[in-house]
Write a protein that binds this ligand. Structure first.
Ligand code: PLP
Length: 415
């Protein structure tokens, strides 16, 4: 990427102008689902007005519908550096893991082992644990309750054996914001002859996803957390996908990718809007860089580097403030560092339950989250299962320093 130059400093005003619903209230529950730019919502509206027919027939509205969905699919694959036939779109990540687990079930024998964590969102645990009824043995890679992290990969190594078939692990915790070293985890998993299934849902809003480079065998993320519609995506290495059992109607062959892993299809108007996410990222890139000869992956890398820098600048004052409070415990690391964490910050306070904090901030038009966020096993392991979980503040690249100031002022009155 020799001729790509940075031409401007971070243009937050431009970025915020792309999101019609940003502004009146301060939104810090982005890990639950982000806002969408007009490039996405306009496409949903436009598709429904012009193309709301069964796609793929010869009449114009239908042919155009198929082309819109196909174009979105190709853009999506490009965004994450995957082959379009390795990309499966479904209703959600939870459902995609469920379909994946069922597709793998016939290839597993009693006594085969699967490693899951208790750090993950339940989406990447429950469907795997259900395979116990097929004789699969579940091994749990447990968090250290002090650091709220999985610790070194030696702890994973101790769980691997020649019976291990699969390791399921999150790239980033939706509670602590800690980034796991997926490349090393992939190496270790593969050296044991097992496959790796990575939940990238909490990672993807903050860092460029590169399926090929990640070396995961399966990689999942949710579009509604990366500025898109309410859909989930499963990327899988082709050689594994081809071997799996068809989960769709009987007349789909085993080579019918992605259809054989898309039972029930998905919402067409939202699928057609996915290219709006790519258009938004293109706009951000063009605003900040002189575009020359660079690959799509290099472009996304640059965009997310911009985002990460800005996000760190937002996280620092908030983390400083929370760290300065004697009655607050930050869950996980309080060090702001783009290499090791994203700006998803959870905490508990001695004087108030998480739901109470969220409610009081809500009255001031500040949205944060409270609870277990379906990472129930982690919250239990940390001992917060009976005290309402944690309060969670999650920021993304469109949040502003003014919003963080407002949040800290509000927290001062609450904590
Ligand atoms: C880390 C993580 N994984 C998986 C999921 C589930 O995603 P979906 O709602 O698409 O099933 C979530 C949702 O919050 C999440 O945060």
């Amino acid at each position: 990427m020799s001729t790509v130059m940075n031409t401007a400093k971070y243009d937050l005003q431009f970025i915020r102008s792309q999101f019609p619903n940003l502004g009146e209230w301060a939104f810090f529950e982005n890990a639950g689902g982000t806002f969408v730019p007009a490039t996405v919502s306009d496409r949903v509206y436009d598709y429904m007005r012009r193309n709301q027919v069964q796609p793929g027939a010869d009449y114009r509205a239908s042919a155009e519908a198929a082309e819109r969905i196909d174009r979105s699919h190709r853009k999506l694959a490009e965004m994450v550096n995957a082959n379009p036939r390795e990309v499966i779109v479904g209703h959600s990540t939870t459902l995609n893991v469920y379909v994946l687990a069922n597709a793998l079930r016939p290839s597993l024998k009693p006594g085969d082992e699967i490693v899951v964590t208790n750090l993950d969102h339940e989406a990447n645990i429950g469907a795997w644990r259900r395979l116990e009824d097929a004789g699969v043995v579940i091994r749990e890679w447990r968090v250290d309750p002090e650091s709220a992290s999985l610790g070194g990969v030696d702890r994973l190594a101790a769980l691997l054996s020649d019976r291990t078939r699969l390791v399921c692990c999150t790239w980033c915790s939706n509670i602590t914001g800690t980034i796991n070293d997926i490349k090393t985890i992939a190496e270790l998993t593969h050296s044991a002859g097992a496959l790796l299934c990575v939940d990238a849902v909490a990672y993807a809003p903050h860092r460029a996803l590169n399926f090929k480079e990640s070396n995961a065998d399966f990689l999942l993320f949710s579009l509604y957390k990366i500025y898109g519609p309410h859909l989930g995506v499963l990327c899988g290495k082709r050689e594994h996908l081809l071997k799996m059992e068809n989960q769709n109607h009987f007349f789909f062959t085993n080579s019918a990718l992605p259809y054989k892993l898309q039972p029930g299809g998905y919402l067409h108007e939202t699928a057609a809007s996915i290219e709006g996410i790519a258009e938004y990222f293109d706009r951000v890139f063009e605003r900040h860089y002189d575009v020359r000869d660079c690959t799509a992956s290099e472009r996304y890398q640059k965009i997310f580097e911009l985002f990460a820098d800005h996000e760190d600048s937002l996280a620092r004052p908030l983390m400083d403030y929370l760290s300065s409070r004697q009655n607050v415990r930050i869950i996980g690391t309080s060090k702001v560092d783009a290499k090791t964490r994203v700006p998803t910050i959870s905490f508990v306070a001695k004087n108030r339950r998480p739901a109470e904090i969220a409610e009081l901030l809500g009255k001031k038009d500040i949205g944060i989250g409270a609870g277990d966020f379906y990472a129930r096993r982690l919250i239990d392991a940390l001992g917060f299962g009976t005290s309402g979980g944690v309060a969670r503040i999650s920021m993304v690249h469109y949040n502003s320093a003014a919003e963080v100031d407002r949040l800290i002022t509000a927290l001062e009155a609450v904590l």
